[in-house]
Design a protein around this ligand. Structure first.
Ligand SMILES: Nc1ncnc2c1ncn2[C@@H]1O[C@H](COP(=O)(O)OP(=O)(O)OP(=O)(O)O)[C@@H](O)[C@H]1O
Length: 260
């Protein structure tokens, strides 16, 4: 392991895996937040889209990292990335120029067996994902509830509503949260007048994703339902891996100096 690269050799085959950093088991939620998520808040206010994924085996702390053990208080050391992001976002918005208007919205969905469910509508309405016709390479979730929020407490209440919905369904169909992916989105729209008097609107989103447990890959289990679940998790995580690899390669390619 050298220069932020892990080299795995198996016979003649060598694979290299790059990484930006590693946190030890003693690392606090605050340290993880400050190092990984905090820099993204300014980016979303500036109109960029950013994503944070929690990936790993069941029981390794994905949900703990993203949400924490308690969401009724921001004082607890266990408070996760989602409540910390919301709190930080409202603090930053309070600090920026008062001439800039802003609106913050949240949505919370889960993807289970290729089906997308809205966790904020009560009863978990099924919604559809499709390619965004106005923004090439981007997707829209049609009909998803986007709740406007004014305080971090409201964000945490909605988080609780969504988690309760996720819990109810998982009990009903005898599955666990680890078999679905959940995506909590914080959207911020800012509006300001330029010196020329034009209205400048920026829309930024922070996607906070708690992925299904990766150990489901290859374990089809005995029932047809488990086999379908494992197949879908396998397919979605593999596709995600390919997309991230392609994006990283594209970034490297674009950063390479080109001949004049
Ligand atoms: N850093 C940590 N400090 C204290 N407790 C933790 C930590 N990480 C995880 N835990 C505890 O370990 C247990 C399992 O964690 P968690 O549910 O977050 O795992 P997970 O990866 O999301 O699992 P699943 O894939 O099943 O959803 C929970 O009781 C959680 O509170």
């Amino acid at each position: 392991m050298t220069n932020n690269e892990l080299v795995v050799r198996s016979g003649a085959v060598e694979r290299r895996y790059g990484f930006d950093g590693v946190f030890g088991e003693e690392t606090s939620q605050k340290e993880v937040y400050n190092s990984v998520v905090s820099p993204l808040i300014d980016c979303i206010i500036a109109g960029y889209n950013c994503t944070v994924f929690a990936y790993g085996q069941t029981g390794t702390g994905k949900t703990y990292t993203m949400i924490g053990d308690r969401i009724d208080t921001l004082e607890d050391v266990s408070v996760g990335m989602i409540p910390r992001s919301a709190s930080h976002l409202f603090d930053e918005l309070e600090r920026i120029d008062s001439k800039i208007e802003h609106t913050v919205r949240v949505s919370f969905i889960e993807i289970y067996n290729e089906e997308v469910r809205d966790l904020l509508t009560g009863g978990g309405t099924t919604v559809k994902i499709y390619d965004d016709p106005e923004n090439r390479g981007s997707v829209c979730v049609k009909g998803v509830k986007e709740a406007t929020v004014f305080t971090v407490q409201e964000v945490n209440e909605l988080l609780q509503v969504g988690l309760a919905e996720r819990q109810t369904t998982s009990t009903n169909v005898n599955r666990q949260s680890s078999r679905s992916h959940s995506i909590f989105t914080l959207s911020v729209v800012t509006r300001e007048l330029t010196v020329e008097g034009d209205e400048l609107i920026k829309v930024g989103k922070l996607y906070l994703v708690d992925l299904a447990g990766s150990e489901n890959i290859g374990r089809s289990g005995s029932t047809e339902m488990r086999a379908r679940e494992a197949g879908n998790i396998n397919k979605s995580l593999l596709t995600l891996g390919k997309v991230i690899k392609a994006l990283a390669q594209k970034a490297q390619h674009e950063a390479r100096p080109r001949p004049a």
